[in-house]
Ligand binder design. Structure first.
Ligand code: FDA
Length: 502
């Protein structure tokens, strides 16, 4: 991490003094602390934000209990120092630890608030936001082989940011998103109060389940409902090249994947000239094969493709590679070895075969990236659009994530341009009015906040907000107005407090 000019204010001294009185000094890191850089970079997923020009915090606070978090918020608001909360640091735009514009801010890093306590009898768990998905899954599987939790694929993603935006993975068709399975939560609000579901009230509890991180306060922990899984699940990873009929198979996939029984999830990772079909089936290979033969014979699945295992074994298998072990999902280290840019779409009408042929031409370009298509339908689509802030429900066939990567030593301009151009090309083929996007695949090019008179402008935020939240955006802004009317928790894409005259 190359040094950048340090931003400081009188407030920053006051903040540190205030906090030193409230928590052990060794949990506070300033830019002059020898371990500041290693603490800051410990969970930076996107390498491009290690650049010298990145606006970084003047201090990092590593709370070990709730009162430290409360103190950080109180000291911050008293001294005019904003805090950004970091759980797993996987935000695509790095908003948990950097600012797009010059700003004096501190990072509240929740890495040491990561306990998971499972009640297998009740099939519930309390998980702290600083836990990773891998730590949550591991703890659940230790308590019971027949319970799981439906959330994302990558084990190093943090619970705090992931749940804040929705969170989906291979169980999404069977059990919905992570936030569809949240029963309670604890939140430190802008006044420093520690609130549970009842104390925060229905509007705020609704808002924190999918309304995006960094807007309503610091969510410390979540009570989740665990879901049943069978002793054996069947996985397969089946690549098909364009020469092997990938275009026809993908065209058919769009129709069958969102309509399969909920026990079957097949997504596609498309790069260069290959579509890689990846699947989890909640049952045995013998039960899966006849289903595939009737509904999707074009894929040509046979017994040799099936890998039967337990649900917890499927986690490393699908994300870390076929030789990884269950213990590997406990490794929290995020290797920020490459830089990336991502964005997303939702598809509500199947894309035609000739358009898929053009998409493969985009993917074949020298600086091309990857497209990941995740089918919905089933449970995730059964909720109303306003049940939670996550509005991508009935009628969505699948989500697309576009990603491009480049080596740390280069500036990524060619790869970023490829992504933007493909996104422009896709416009007529994806959801419209608004063109929906998934907040957890954060993209600042969709729009950024403007602050007017020390409050985030509602009007400016509508531009990106309605893409992420559709008609839920206004209700989110009203919840923000209730819990944080002075807009203490804000970033480039935080929810603005709704003020009727703005
Ligand atoms: P991070 O700590 O960076 O926080 C993200 C945002 O939430 C920031 O604005 C932050 O301030 C805020 N925040 C964090 N903790 C908070 C808290 N406790 N209270 C309030 N606000 C808080 N998604 C998905 O749905 N399915 C998937 O399979 C994947 N897979 C995946 C793989 C990889 C490699 C990456 C990088 C990302 C994904 N994602 C994903 C996207 C992921 O869900 C998204 O980036 C999450 O916001 C990451 O959460 P972290 O806590 O790691 O992020």
């Amino acid at each position: 991490y190359a040094p950048v000019p340090s931003l400081a204010s009188s407030g920053s001294d006051g903040f540190l003094q205030c906090l030193s009185a409230a928590m052990p000094k060794q949990l506070l890191y300033t830019q002059s602390s020898p371990s500041f850089t290693s603490v800051l970079t410990s969970s930076v997923w996107n390498h491009k934000f290690l650049a010298a020009s990145t606006v970084r915090p003047f201090a990092i606070v590593r709370p070990t209990n709730a009162s430290h978090v409360q103190a950080a918020v109180v000291c911050g608001s008293q001294n005019d120092v904003r805090i950004r909360v970091r759980s797993g640091g996987h935000d695509y735009e790095g908003l948990s630890y950097r600012s797009e514009r010059p700003e004096v801010f501190a990072v509240l890093d929740l890495a040491d608030l990561r306990s998971v306590s499972v009640d297998p009898k009740a099939a519930t768990a309390w998980v702290e936001s600083g836990a990773t998905l891998g730590e949550l899954y591991y703890a659940v599987s230790k308590a019971s082989k027949l319970l799981a939790f439906p959330a994302g694929l990558c084990p190093t993603v943090g619970v705090g940011g992931h749940f804040s935006g929705g969170g989906f993975g291979m169980l999404v068709r069977k059990y919905g998103t992570a936030i569809d399975n949240v029963l309670d939560a604890t939140l430190v609000d802008a006044k420093g109060r520690l609130l549970d579901k009842q104390a925060m009230g229905a509007d705020v509890f609704w808002a924190i389940r999918g309304g995006g991180g960094g807007s309503f306060g610091v969510v410390l922990s979540w009570k989740v409902k665990l879901v049943p899984v069978p002793p054996t699940v069947t996985m397969f990873i089946l690549p098909k090249s364009v020469d092997e009929g990938a275009i026809d198979i993908l065209t058919k996939w769009q129709e069958v994947a969102p309509a399969f029984p909920e026990d079957l999830f097949i997504n596609v990772v498309i790069a260069k000239q290959v579509a890689k079909f990846q699947s989890m089936y909640l049952g045995t290979c013998d039960a899966l094969l006849p289903l595939m033969e009737t509904r999707f014979p074009e894929l040509g699945l046979n017994k040799t493709h099936c890998k039967e295992m337990t649900w917890i074994q499927s986690v490393p298998y699908i994300y870390l590679g076929t030789t990884a072990t269950v213990e590997d999902i406990l490794d929290r280290s995020t290797s920020a070895s490459s830089s990336s840019k991502s964005t997303s779409d939702y598809v509500r009408q199947a894309i035609t075969k000739d358009v898929w042929a053009q998409i493969f031409a985009w993917l074949a370009k020298p600086d091309g990236g990857v497209m990941i298509a995740d089918p919905y339908g089933g449970k995730v689509s059964s909720f109303s659009e306003s049940a939670t802030p996550f509005p991508h429900r009935g009628g969505v066939l699948y989500n697309i994530q576009y990603m491009n990567f480049w080596p740390a030593a280069t500036d990524g301009s060619a790869q970023t341009k490829w992504l933007k151009d493909l996104y422009a090309f896709m416009e007529p083929h994806v959801s419209q009015n608004p063109r929906e996007a998934y907040v957890n695949y954060r993209d600042l090019d969709l729009g950024q906040n403007v602050v007017v008179g020390n409050l985030t402008s509602y009007k400016a935020a509508q531009v990106w907000g309605e893409k992420y939240y559709k008609d839920n955006f206004q209700r989110l802004a009203m919840a923000k107005g209730e819990v944080d009317p002075e807009d203490y928790f804000r970033n480039e894409q935080s929810i603005p407090p709704f003020v009727a005259s703005k």
